[in-house]
Design a protein around this ligand. Sequence first.
Ligand SMILES: Nc1ncnc2c1ncn2[C@@H]1O[C@H](COP(=O)(O)OP(=O)(O)OP(=O)(O)O)[C@@H](O)[C@H]1O
Length: 198
Amino acid sequence: MLTVSGLKRLHISVSFDLQDGECVALQGPSGVGKTLLLRSIADLDPNEGVVKLDGTLREAMPAPAWRKRVTYLATEPGWWSDIVQDHFSSWDDALPLVTRLGLPCSCGPWPVQRLSTGERQRLGLVRALMLRSRVLLLDEPTSALDSASTAAVESLIAERMSDGTSVVWSTHDNAQASRVGSRVLMMSADGSIEENRP
Ligand SMILES: Nc1ncnc2c1ncn2[C@@H]1O[C@H](COP(=O)(O)OP(=O)(O)OP(=O)(O)O)[C@@H](O)[C@H]1O
């Protein structure tokens, strides 16, 4: 279980629990602080508060180890090499996920620069899924995708949830929030969240 207690970052002040295998949808107007919250849980920016995974404080482990367990996926993932497959510790192991998300298996040697926004988004998700994290913090992971690719992503994440992966899924799409989330965390301009059942 992920426990977030009194997390503070700029104007945000948030507490909630996330059970194993649960997905909560994170919603709220543009600019309200959803990305700030997800990045703070992953400890990517300075923040205050208590965040624990199965009772273990995040301070108990090096930050990279925490981020492998509690992984933030940006809406537009970053790339550090020119070639797609260089971003994967094993491209062969990534291929089933790559093809499942509708990308050709030949895209490994492609330059990152030739990828469309939606292709980058799907490959960024594959990178995150390869980590087999306990918690995925997904920041509008289907914002650039058509309905078929969105359905493929939702189905893949649902499979991971059935294996115990927990998910916080930020989305502006109310229908998606209802589909993927057992609860909805609605963020307000004052930086608080209110919990609703979808
Ligand atoms: N380092 C920072 N210092 C000060 N303000 C910041 C910083 N980073 C982000 N902000 C501000 O915090 C607010 C919340 O940004 P955030 O990206 O979390 O919004 P969001 O809810 O994810 O929006 P969207 O739905 O448009 O993606 C924005 O007004 C942003 O400008």
